[in-house]
Design a protein around this ligand. Sequence first.
Ligand code: GTR
Length: 418
Amino acid sequence: MRSGIFINVLVMLILLFFPCDVFSQAGKSWQASQETVERLSKNQGEFNYYEEKVPSYKLPDLLTAQNGKKITSAGMWEKIRRKEILELFRENVYGRVPSTSWSESFRLLNEEKNAMGGDATLKQVDITINSDGKTLDIRLTLFVPNKATKPVPAFLLIDNRGPENTDPKRLVKSEFWPAEEVITRGYAVAVFSNADVDPDNFDDFKNGIHGLLDRGERKPDSWGTLAAWAWGASRCLDYFETDKDIDAEKVAVVGHSRGGKTALWAAAEDQRFAMAVANESGCGGASLARRKYGETIARITASFPHWFCTNYTKWGNNEDSMPVDMHMLMALIAPRAVYVTSASEDLWADPRGSYLSLYNSLPVFRLYRKNTSLPEQMPPLNTPVKSGNVAYHVRDGVHNMLLKDWNWFMDFGDTVLK
Ligand code: GTR
């Protein structure tokens, strides 16, 4: 009798502390829980969360060049098609970096050899951009493992959540940037704040790096804020190339949400990045626009008009005419590594659309490594899938980046960065 009560209490406690879909979906290909679909549909009726209402669509062909020629080798991809697609993304989505000349310098502001109880060295570096006598500082915070005997690979976070997540003194610790855990795994861990490069508000492109480099009237393909942040990530990589503790050929750029969109574009634009991690990057990031599931182009360009180039607004409610879709963004990163993630409750960022984007980019990864393949079905909850240089997981829970996500990034890093 007493043991019956005990079991009942135990079951109740388990159900209380673990989301039901963790159990009901164990081992099965992930699908959105009906309860979440209904709840979100009720709260945000103008957006689609029903899989059965996703329109049929045809993705632009990755391997046919604009002149109709079929791309059959990595060489042809690099010489012809990759360049075409990169230009299409500059023109239609993120915008072009202006050609204004600038210079940069690095200043080590602080170095503590005994950080993290002796496990790491902390370096704080100001990257100063100079153009026509105006300057802008990007503050880079970096921990390097003290036990390393050679230059180490690094994870660089584009921080869009504010300094409370990235305390250099480590009095406040956050799973969003779990620096201790990354150091323990033998990587360097770095972060810069996106706001240093361009504050995240719509001020008609007067502040941040726009204020320094933009000249004349804005054009429909002038760079937006995401492209500016991506450019900032590349400046951190410039610094890594000068730091003998870092293996600059093995740097992963990591971002969450708007930072995830940025990480993908940073790696597409700058082929020095060895890996991109796009955590729950959603619309304008990994998820396929043509599915019109969750956040849409019309919505994102209305709520965040400064993120993209003006041309991008043309594709709101007109996705099928857009000359690119996001599988092509993943392909721009090939053959380097890409890790895409989703969270089970974060349907706004369209988990399935994010997986399908990666899945549909595989023909390009295969030009380099024939046997790269992912299952057609999404993997089960909390079960990363990886093949060659691509990886994906859908974690249980809400929109966030947690230690659990980072541990999987590092597992993948162990195979592609070490
Ligand atoms: C949301 C936006 C998403 C995502 C997110 C974030 O409001 O709709 O596209 O970028 O912000 O960055 O947290």
